[in-house]
Write a protein that binds this ligand. Structure first.
Ligand SMILES: [Zn+2]
Length: 101
């Protein structure tokens, strides 16, 4: 029995986006803390980086969630006959109808 992830590279890429966002967030917070000691406009730049980090991480997390549904059209393959489906529900229905499971 092979248990292959339907789209491992896709999931890995989204994980990298979340990690990138977290790195930007940490860098932004670190920069804000550093520049915070100096009352200059640079602190806004650092806060901006942190905000971008939050947005990137949130987008990455959202993409990851969305990939389970909408963005993986044709990614759900039947383990019995190899037929592909746009959604897990459709695959489950097929499995029930064709293979009685
Ligand atoms: Zn099938």
């Amino acid at each position: 029995m092979l248990n292959i992830n339907p789209n491992p590279s896709d999931r890995k890429m989204k994980m990298y986006i979340v990690i990138l966002g977290v790195i930007l967030l940490i860098a932004g917070i670190g920069g804000a803390a550093y520049y915070g000691f100096v009352p200059r406009t640079r602190v806004y730049g650092a806060v901006g980086v942190a905000v971008v980090g939050i947005i990137v991480a949130a987008l990455g997390a959202m993409m990851k969630t969305a990939s389970v549904g909408a963005t993986t059209t044709g990614q759900f393959a039947c383990a019995k006959c190899g037929a592909k489906f746009g959604s897990e529900a459709a695959l489950n229905q097929h499995t029930k109808d064709k293979h009685g499971m």
